[in-house]
Design a protein around this ligand. Structure first.
Ligand code: ARG
Length: 458
């Protein structure tokens, strides 16, 4: 059953119908459409359009349909209605007869779909927020397990300075914490109710828009009907938060893929989140992390899609806006999988402590400490930098670590070096000197773990 047709002489072309129909996609909004419809029925009852008995019969039928769909979300997919709004209305009319035809009084699919989609996006944001919390918890747990594991930190992917592995894990927890905040912020602008905006100019029925908003858990009604029926920046904003999050997950996945390679060998992923090769029997591939990295493109693609769809649209509703659902639904589903798989990767991750330590010992990562040691002797930093550079070059030529150079060697390069230099070259010495808020000192990291956990639980 089409919701229109009176004005038309011919039925739609088959290919056009296929092109125009959105039911295969917006069937995902069935529950939201029913919730919105119940709220609308109450609103027009209060406005005197429906009597109490009519309201009760409509509400009962909608509630029954709701539970049918809860049990079988794919139910609408077997039908050929134009969209989920048409589907719900047809089913309602089948259930209660002509009374069902009264529900759409004063409502347009334009304010209806905007309302449904806001309800949907809100629920998705809430689900991602919970998943982000789990992922942050996994990172904090990992930090807890690795708070004494020393490893190399990198800049330019070159060994730079020793850090605690926990410090690395906490860096990603910071990123995900910001992502959670971005979702929470977007939610504020998602959570307003367009119902009552009509097709574009506002409904002619004196419905109580504050009450409708309240019934649906919105913070309040939208303020302008033209904007309310055509605004999709709540979708763009949510996808921007999702993309940012996906970018962080991709970086994390990339780090883990590198760390798991034989070249690094610092972590090992559990068999349960790895795959083998069909040809090379020895292989164990980090597919979970590669897919997390790979999904990022798809999620960002959804943001680009939505931005381009809205750009250049004249006010108010245009059918282009029907293109909003598929990217959002897909991006949110993919992000959800990424976050949930990540938790399994992290919870089962094996960190190889002795190998991690080797990477910190082998890369002249204590060169900065040596420079600081010289600075403490009153040598200007620039000059100290140069002396240490020479010492590193000398050590490389002898295939030795700095701490393995003999005292004569060191003293020969700069006479101001004394025997206490070896103390400053120890790995732990470098870490201890970074007991600064936000730094990798063991105490600083321990407090960072505790602080992150208490923010998570707050
Ligand atoms: N399926 C449509 C969408 O998703 C519903 C709104 C249709 N409105 C209209 N004026 N044709 O945008």
């Amino acid at each position: 059953m089409a919701l229109w047709g009176g004005r038309f002489e011919t039925k739609p072309d088959e290919l056009f119908k296929l092109f125009n129909d959105s039911l295969p996609v917006d069937a995902a909004l069935a529950l939201q459409d029913i919730d919105g419809s119940i709220a609308w029925a109450k609103a027009i009852h209060r406005a005197g359009v429906l009597n109490a008995d009519e309201l009760a019969r409509l509400t009962a039928a909608l509630t029954k349909l709701r539970s049918e769909i809860s049990d079988r979300p794919t139910l609408p997919l077997k039908d050929s209605d134009e969209d989920i709004h048409s589907w719900v209305e047809r089913r309602l009319i089948e259930a209660v007869g002509d009374l069902g035809k009264k529900l759409h009084t004063g409502r347009s699919r334009n304010d209806q779909v905007a309302t449904d989609f806001r309800l949907y996006v809100r629920a998705e944001i809430d689900a991602r927020s919970a998943e982000l919390k789990d992922a942050r918890r996994a990172l904090i747990d990992l930090a807890d397990r690795t708070k004494t594991v020393v490893t190399s930190g990198y800049t330019h992917l070159q060994r730079a300075q020793p850090i605690l592995f926990a410090h690395w894990a906490l860096a990603y927890q910071e990123m995900l914490e910001r992502d959670a905040a971005r979702f929470a912020d977007a939610r504020k602008r998602v959570n307003v109710c367009p119902l009552g905006s009509g097709a574009l100019a506002g409904t002619t029925y004196q419905v109580n828009r504050e009450q409708i908003a309240k019934d649906l858990g919105f913070d309040g009604p939208t303020r302008n009907s033209l904007d309310a029926t055509s605004d999709r920046d709540f979708v763009i904003e949510t996808l921007a938060a999702a993309s940012n999050c996906a970018i962080h997950l991709s970086r994390l996945a990339e780090d883990l893929i590198l760390f798991a390679s034989q070249e690094f060998g610092v972590v090992e992923m559990h068999d349960s989140v790895s795959s083998g090769s069909s040809l090379m029997p020895q292989k164990k591939n980090p597919d979970a992390c590669e897919l997390i990295r790979g999904k990022c493109g798809r999620i960002f693609g959804a943001l680009a899609t939505m931005s381009m769809t809205v750009k250049g649209l004249p006010l108010a509703y245009n059918k282009d806006l029907q293109e909003d659902k598929e990217p959002l639904i897909d991006a949110m589903r993919q992000l959800s999988m990424c976050l949930r798989v990540l938790v399994r990767v992290l919870d089962t991750l094996k960190v190889r402590e002795s190998r991690a330590r080797e990477t910190a010992l082998d890369g002249y990562a204590n060169a900065t400490e040596l420079a600081d040691y010289l600075v403490a002797k009153g040598i200007p930093f620039r000059e100290a930098h140069d002396v240490v550079g020479k010492l590193v070059r000398h050590a490389i030529s002898k295939s030795k670590r700095l701490e393995d150079l003999g005292f004569e060697d060191m003293h020969g390069i700069d006479a101001r070096i004394d025997a206490r230099v070896y103390e400053s070259l120890k790995l732990e010495a470098g870490l201890m000197r970074r007991e600064i808020a936000g730094g990798t000192g063991p105490n600083a990291v321990a407090s960072a773990i505790a602080a992150a956990r208490s923010r998570l639980d707050a």
